[in-house]
Ligand binder design. Sequence first.
Ligand SMILES: Cc1ncc(COP(=O)(O)O)c(C=O)c1O
Length: 392
Amino acid sequence: MAYSFDQAADRSKTPSVKYAPAFLRTIFGSTDVLPMWVADMEFEPAPFILEALEQRMHRGNLGYEVYADSLHEAVASWFARRHGWTFKGQDLLFTPNVVSALAFLLQELTEEGDGVIVQTPVYAPLFHTVLATHRKPVYNSLRWESGRYEMDFDAFRQMALRPENKVLLLCSPHNPVGRVWREEELKRLAEIAEEGDLFIISDEIHGDIVYAPHRHRPLLSLPFVNPKRVAVLSSPAKTFNIAGITKAFALISDRKLRRAFKSRLEALFLQHPGALAQVAMEASYREGDAWVDELLAYLSENKRLAEDFLSTHCPELGIAPLEGTFLMWLDFSAYGLKGKALRDRLVQKGKLGLNPGSWFGEEGASFMRMNIACPREMLMRGLERVKLTVDS
Ligand SMILES: Cc1ncc(COP(=O)(O)O)c(C=O)c1O
C-alpha cells in the first residue's frame, strides 16, 4: 500500500462546513458532536494533487485562464480507464459545479411550472434546485423491497406519460440509499423516458466510489440510451476529496443543448476555470488510479466493519446495503425514533452529528445518513455512539 488512510486531516485549521460551530449549532443544537455528516472525507488529498498545486503556485501567472486541452484529455482518459467508455471529446463541457449545472439544464429544458421527477429520498439540492428554478418537483419514491431500494417503475411510467413532466433527475449512484443502478434498471428507465419524451439529467458525482461486484455505468455510455435525451454531470470532488477546489463537468451529446448550456455559462461569465481548480482536477484524473484503488479498499473495509458492528450491537437498526458512495443510510424506526426526537437522541446520548434523513425527502423521517469516509479509529468511535444512542 502506497497510501495511508488511517490519519485524519486536521480540520481545525480550515473553515470546513462539517466542523463549523455555527453550522453545528444550527443543525444539531450543539457543537459537542462527532461530525459524520457532510459528504466529504476526513482524509488529506492525495500527495500528487498537493504537489501539482505547489508546482502551479511556483509558476505564478494567476490571470484568467481557459480550460487546458490536457485537462480535457485527462478526464477522457479517466473515463476510458475506469469506466471503459470513450466519450466524444466535443461532448465535454466544464462548469462551476454539479448543482448549478443542473439548474442551467433545467432552465434550458423546461419552462416554469413544468414537472421534474425526482426519486426520493435523494440528495436534497436536487429537488431544492427544481424549486429554486420555479419548476415543480414530482416525487417518485424509491421502494424498499427484498432488502434493498428499488425504483418504482410503474409510478415512474405514469408520471413520465404526463405531458407536463419533462425531466427526470437521476442520482447514479444514489445518495443517500447507496444503490448502484444495474444495467437492466437503467434500460427500463431509458425506455420509459423514450416513451414519455422525458430528458434524463444523471448526477454521477459518486460514480467512482463503487464496491465490487457492483459497477457504475455512465448513462451516456449505454448502447440503449438515446444520447439526445441524456446529460451526465460529474466532478472529481467526491472521488478525490477536493470539493473545496474543483470545478465540475457536463457530458452533453445534443449539439443544440450543448450550445445553449455554454451560452448560459458565458452569459453569467462562468466559463473560466479557477487556475488551481483545473490543476487539481487534472492531477486527480491523470495520476489517481492507485490512490482511488486503495481508497476503495479502505472504504470497503470500513463498510464491512460498520455493517458487522451495527448488525451485532444494534440488531434492530435497518441498514441499506451500501453498493456505492461512502454514505450509510440507517433506519431507526424499530427504535420508535424519528425526526427531531431522533436527531436529539443522537446528539444528547451519542454526541453524534449525522444528516437527518428528513432532509432527503419525507420518506427519510426515521433515517440518518452516516459518512464512513474517515479513519477506522473515528469510524469505531462513531459506531459506538450509535450503539450508545439506541441502548439508552
Ligand atoms: C449526488 C450529489 N450531487 C452533487 C453534489 C454536490 O456537487 P457540487 O458541489 O459539484 O454541486 C453532491 C455532494 O454531496 C452529491 O452528493
